[in-house]
Write a protein that binds this ligand. Structure first.
Ligand code: GUN
Ligand code: ZN
Length: 442
C-alpha cells in the first residue's frame, strides 16, 4: 500500500514561521478544505481540495476527515516509557517520588518480558495521543532500548531513545558502571541510531545519579558518535539542586556540571530547567541545546513554573519543545500539555497563544531537536506524520466549538478541553497507525 498514493482531506493546520517571531495569526497556514497528498511515506503536495483533486494520480485513495483538523503529528520532547505503570502516584516531590515509585518500577525491567509488554502499551498510548515522535528515556537495562525501538521500528514512527546511565545514588539493581554504561551505549548506537527512522540519545539520568567520570564518558560518546542526541534532567526541584551543589562544589551552576563534561550542544535536550538564570539561557542559546517544558509534571510534583517567555526572549531565543514527562507528567496528550502550558505561562505573567502552544508541540519541537527540515510541518518533502483532531469529540466540545468564530479560537478550545479523545487518527511514515473508530492498524 506504500507505493499507492493516498490523500487526506480536512482542515489543514500548519506553520510557515514561528509564532514567537511573527504574529501568531501570521504564523499559521490554514487550508479550510485542504488535501494532503502522501507518497512513499512523505508529503508530496498540500493545497485546496478543489484544485488539487484534479491533479491526483488516478489510483489515489482519498480519506475524508470532514471538519476535523489535520495537523503534523505531535512531538513529545521528554518522556519515560518505563514509568507508565506508576503514572498518577500519590504524595511525593521529585527525589522521594523517584525512590518510592520510579526506581522499583524501573527495576522490574530486568525482565525483558516486562520491557516488551510496557513498550507495546506505551507506543499504543502515544499513537492514541497523536504523538509520532518522542525523546524517550528507557531504563539502565540495554534490552529496554531494544524493546522500545523495535516496536517503534515495526510501527514506523520516528523515535529518539536511550539507555539510562546511572552509576551512583540508585539501588544496586539499577546501577551500571562507567565502562558498562559506555560499552552498552556504543552497542546500542551501532544497532539503532539511523536504523530506519530510529535515533539514539545518550541518556545520563541526571547529575545526582552519575559520577563525574560517567558524565565524562557520556561526553566521549557524543564526540565519537556525531549526530546522536543527549538527554538529561536540569534544575527541576530545589532539593535536587541543593544535592547537585553539594556533589559538584567546583562547578559554577547545574548546567555547568553538564557543560564541563561536554554535554551541552546541538541535539542536547534538558528536561525542566525551571530554576535557571540568564547565564544558562545564554549558554543554551549559543550552543543550540533544547529545553523540554513539562508543565503537567512540574505541577504534579510541585516543582515550579518554567519561565517559557524568558527562555524564548528574542534577544537570545532558546530552543524549547513541550514534554509530557510521564510518569511525573499526568497525561501523554499534547493537547492536555498545551492547556497546562497556558496556565503555567499565566502564572509567570504571559499569555500563551493557541498557535504558539501548537507550534511548541509540532514545528517548534522539531526545531528544538534540529529535525525541522524533516518532521513537524505539513509541506512537500516532509515525512508524513500526521494527527487528525476531532473538534466534536465530546458533547461539551461540540457545543463549545460550534460557537468558535475562528480557527485560532477553535485551537484554544481544543487545548483547553481536549485530550486523546480528540485524536481521530494518527498517521506515521505515510501509513495509518491508529484509528479511533477502527482500532489500531499497526
Ligand atoms: N530527575 C531524575 N530522574 C527523573 C525522572 O525520572 N523524572 C523526573 N521528572 N525528574 C527526574
Ligand atoms: Zn523526566
Amino acid at each position: 500500500t506504500q507505493s499507492r498514493s493516498v490523500a487526506l482531506r480536512g482542515r489543514v493546520v500548519t506553520f510557515r514561521a514561528s509564532p514567537f517571531d511573527v504574529s501568531p495569526s501570521d504564523s499559521l497556514v490554514i487550508e479550510e478544505d485542504g488535501l494532503v497528498l502522501i507518497a512513499d511515506g512523505k508529503i508530496s503536495a498540500v493545497g485546496p481540495a478543489t484544485t488539487l483533486r484534479d491533479t491526483l494520480p488516478a489510483d489515489t485513495d482519498i480519506v475524508d476527515y470532514g471538519d476535523s483538523l489535520i495537523s503534523a503529528g505531535f512531538i513529545d520532547t521528554h518522556v519515560h516509557y518505563p514509568q507508565l505503570p506508576v503514572i498518577a502516584s500519590w504524595g511525593e516531590q521529585l527525589l522521594e517520588w523517584l525512590e518510592r515509585y520510579v526506581f522499583p518500577a524501573e527495576a522490574a525491567f530486568a525482565d525483558p518480558v516486562v520491557a516488551k509488554d510496557t513498550a507495546k502499551r506505551f507506543m499504543t498510548e502515544l499513537l492514541r495521543s497523536g504523538t509520532t515522535t518522542a525523546a524517550v528515556y528507557c531504563t539502565v537495562h540495554a534490552h529496554s532500548v531494544d524493546a522500545f525501538l523495535a516496536e517503534s521500528d515495526r510501527i514506523g514512527t520516528r523515535m529518539i531513545a536511550g539507555k539510562v546511565l546511572m552509576d551512583r545514588n540508585a539501588p544496586d539493581n539499577l546501577r551500571d558502571t562507567v565502562k558498562e554504561g559506555y560499552d552498552d551505549s556504543v552497542r546500542l548506537i551501532g544497532r539503532w541510531h539511523g536504523k530506519g527512522r530510529q535515533l539514539y540519545a545518550v541518556t545520563p539520568r541526571f547529575a545526582i545519579t552519575s559520577t563525574p567520570e560517567q558524565l565524562e564518558a557520556a561526553g566521549d560518546l557524543l564526540r565519537h558518535h556525531p549526530g546522536v542526541f543527549m538527554q538529561t534532567h536540569l534544575a527541576e526541584n530545589t532539593d535536587e539542586i541543593e544535592a547537585v551543589r553539594h556533589l559538584y562544589p567546583e562547578r559554577s551552576s547545574y548546567l555547568d556540571v553538564y557543560d564541563h563534561a561536554g554535554l551541552v550542544g546541538p541535539r542536547s535536550i534538558f528536561g525542566h530547567a525551571i530554576h535557571v538564570g540568564e547565564t544558562e539561557f545564554c549558554r543554551c542559546h549559543e550552543s543550540g541545546a533544547a529545553l523540554a517544558h513539562c508543565p503537567t509534571s512540574n505541577l504534579f510534583l510541585g516543582s515550579g513554573a518554567f519561565r517559557l517567555f524568558d527562555a524564548l526572549n528574542p534577544r537570545r531565543p532558546v530552543r524549547v519543545g513541550l514534554g509530557t514527562d510521564v510518569g511525573a507528567g499526568t497525561s501523554l496528550s499534547q493537547l492536555r500539555t498545551m492547556g497546562e502550558a497556558y496556565k503555567v505561562a499565566l502564572m509567570t505573567g504571559h499569555r500563551l497563544h493557541a498557535a504558539q502552544a501548537l507550534w511548541l508541540a509540532t514545528a517548534g519541537a522539531a526545531h528544538s531537536l534540529h529535525l525541522d527540515d524533516t518532521i513537524g510541518t505539513i509541506a512537500p518533502g516532509f515525512e508524513a506524520d500526521l494527527c487528525i483532531l476531532d473538534p466534536r469529540a465530546t458533547p461539551l466540545l461540540a457545543y463549545r466549538t460550534e460557537r468558535c468564530e475562528s480557527l485560532e479560537e477553535l485551537l484554544f478550545v481544543l487545548m483547553t478541553l481536549g485530550d486523546e479523545r480528540c485524536v481521530r487518527a494518527t498517521w506515521a511514515n505515510g501509513a495509518r497507525v491508529y484509528d479511533r473508530d477502527g482500532d489500531m492498524f499497526a
